[in-house]
Design a protein around this ligand. Sequence first.
Ligand code: AMP
Ligand code: MG
Length: 369
Amino acid sequence: MKKMKKISIIMLAALTAFSMAAFSACGSSVMHSADSSSAEPSTVARTDDGGYSCDVFAMDTTMNIKAYGGSKAKQAVADAAQKIYELDSELSVVRKTSSVYKLNNRETDTVDGSTADVLSESLRLAGATGGAFDPTIYPIVRAWGFTTGKYKVPSDSEIAELLTHVGYDKVSIDTGADGVAKVTFSDDKTELDTGAIGKGYASQVIHDLFRDEGIDSAIATLGGNVMTVGSKQDGSSWTVAVEDPKNTDDYAGYITLNDEFAVTSGGYQRYFDQNGKRYIHIMDPSTGHPVDNDLSSVTIISKSGTEADALSTALYVMGLKKAEDFWRTSDMDFGIILIDTDGKKYVSEDIADRFSVDSGSFETIKKQA
Ligand code: AMP
Ligand code: MG
């Protein structure tokens, strides 16, 4: 099914929200806090289906947050937008005031709050994925130009040198009872980046914020991360489309969600071409090169936004067979939708009955191979 048609059926009113009349400021506090001099306040718009919606640009991507439930939904959307800006300011690798920037530049060795939380989760998930997801890959990502858009293919010797500083085992984090965490690097040049987990973490944070504020129906898209709170207002599940990696104007399939997260990692989302070869933004930490395997997208369905985001990146790095095996043996609870480079779809059996396609078929991944 073509995207525009689908959008009118299931997609969040977000995409049409700004053509409607009733705007009100999200709240004067909803500013891009680190750059407040130049920031535009986000606006919360009333949607034609009785919700409140806000568009946000943060973490280098466009986001939309939408909630239902009268005036408390309006306030909750404003609060969620504010929270995302705060997290962006804390976790950014490029803003000199961010906690992660200060850690990377050895201006501090302690962090707290969300930064401590997301870094602990990053190290846990790096271990759980055998380093396929590795928050210390940043110097490699930067060398290929993905942080600036000035893309280049680094020399083998540059990659080899940078790789000596990569490895999640070079970082430890020790969180005290007061929530303050001491971060220790065993290598002077090791740096951290939350690019593969930050949006998922942020989606988890706003999910919990909505629950705390008494919202039981909300949906948000943070780049390739979708968060749902509860169900739609009529009690039916949310339907989320999975992009076709070969043709992003089209959808590969649909998954229904209820109080869950769906996160997609795909080589098609960010890449550059040089001398007839494609280089994507997801790196294989074992080689220092962009992943070039048999997958073109990985979607994780989970009750944890943080796990969903880290795992989408990790399983992409693993490739089809290892990703399937990881799902079979992991003690984490999640479903997977894999699309290989031939466009073939593979869906884990735990979620297969709520996945659908417009045409063609998909293979079910069984727990017992
Ligand atoms: P995602 O879109 O969630 O798969 O995250 C991809 C982003 O995370 C990239 O743009 C890089 O900034 C960073 N990244 C790339 N490869 C890895 C990796 N293997 N582990 C952790 N972060 C990565
Ligand atoms: Mg990710």
